[in-house]
Design a binder for this molecule. Structure first.
Ligand code: PXG
Length: 289
């Protein structure tokens, strides 16, 4: 496998990071997870836009333009023959001294890995996912804003550990006000009738690219989409609940806190959107050429 590092493609053995990189020492950096379908990178510009917004939000200046970044992503896919897969784009603060001061880091490190993707097993798409509400609150927006896709994922990992310990693959995270924010690595939607609702980003949700795609596509199929403040009540009483994310795409939630949601089986609208999303993803994107 060839990895893009510091402007060139290198072998896996040479693709190493310094122990003085603040990405490692402090989780000081930003990242993206991107999919390639059928020889095209899905929503590449949206991902680079979010990456640069995240970088700006942590006052990290990426030393290449968005256009150069997009070209580097395509080049890394080509070099690895990745036409369907998962791309991890990482920008760390770079090598500095011991101590928090980011000014000691002279050059951000840009890393691009194009490889395979580990999806949930098909069975979970067929049967739906069970989730629990975890005690770990989503970060306060004025502590680490969840709109920043930073390398500091402990908040999400602590939530994931709680979920796994309770026998669930995913969880619902609330914000410090008690409103629903998102899952540990996915956004959340509820469906009542033909209306889809999802929390606004200020409630502590990442502005997911899959979420935005669903919000764009759904009205074309007769559904209304709203960003709305949600509580657990809204999930317990929904006809359907589903999660969206680059890795998961769209997956139904059928149980929450051991209670059945709707019929307790994946609902027809989420299933339809799952199909609509897959067809759309297979037919759009930046060509890997
Ligand atoms: N919320 C959070 C906290 C995320 O990390 C999403 C929502 C969905 O956003 P996109 O743009 O992907 O639709 C994410 C992204 C993992 C993993 O291994 C998950 C993400 C990123 C990288 C790895 O579960 N989720």
């Amino acid at each position: 496998m060839k990895i893009y590092m510091s402007g060139k493609l290198v072998g896996e053995e040479q693709a190493t990071v310094s122990v003085f990189d603040h990405g490692l020492l402090y989780g000081d950096g930003v990242f993206e997870g991107i999919r390639a379908y059928n020889g095209r990178v899905f929503k590449l510009e949206e991902h680079t836009d979010r990456l640069y917004r995240s970088a700006k939000a942590i006052d990290l200046k990426i030393s290449m333009s968005k256009e150069e970044m997009n070209a580097a992503v395509v080049k890394t896919c080509l070099a690895n023959g990745v036409l369907n897969g998962y791309i991890r784009l990482v920008v760390t603060r770079g090598v500095g001294t011991l101590g928090l001061n980011p000014e000691t880091c002279k050059e951000p490190q840009v890393i691009i890995i194009a490889g395979g993707i580990q999806l949930y097993p098909q069975e979970l798409y067929d049967k739906g996912l069970a989730v629990i509400t975890v005690g770990t609150l989503r970060n306060h927006t004025e502590a680490i804003n969840p709109r920043i896709k930073s390398l500091n994922y402990l908040n999400n990992i602590l939530a994931k550990i709680e979920a796994m310990n309770a026998g669930c693959m995913e969880c619902i995270m609330l914000n410090p006000q008690g409103f629903v924010a998102e899952a540990s690595g996915d956004n959340v939607f509820v469906i009542n009738g033909t209306t889809l609702r999802t929390p606004p980003s200020w409630c502590g949700a990442l502005e997911g690219i899959t979420r935005a795609t669903v919000m764009d596509l759904a009205p074309h199929y007769g559904y209304t989409v709203k960003e709305e403040v949600l509580t657990r009540y809204d999930l317990y009483t929904a006809d359907e609940v589903f999660l969206t994310g680059t890795a998961a795409e769209i997956i139904s939630v059928v149980k929450m806190d051991r209670r059945a949601i709707g019929s307790g089986k994946p609902g027809p609208i989420a299933k339809r959107l799952e199909q609509v999303f897959r067809e759309y993803a297979a037919s759009t994107g930046t060509p890997i050429t």
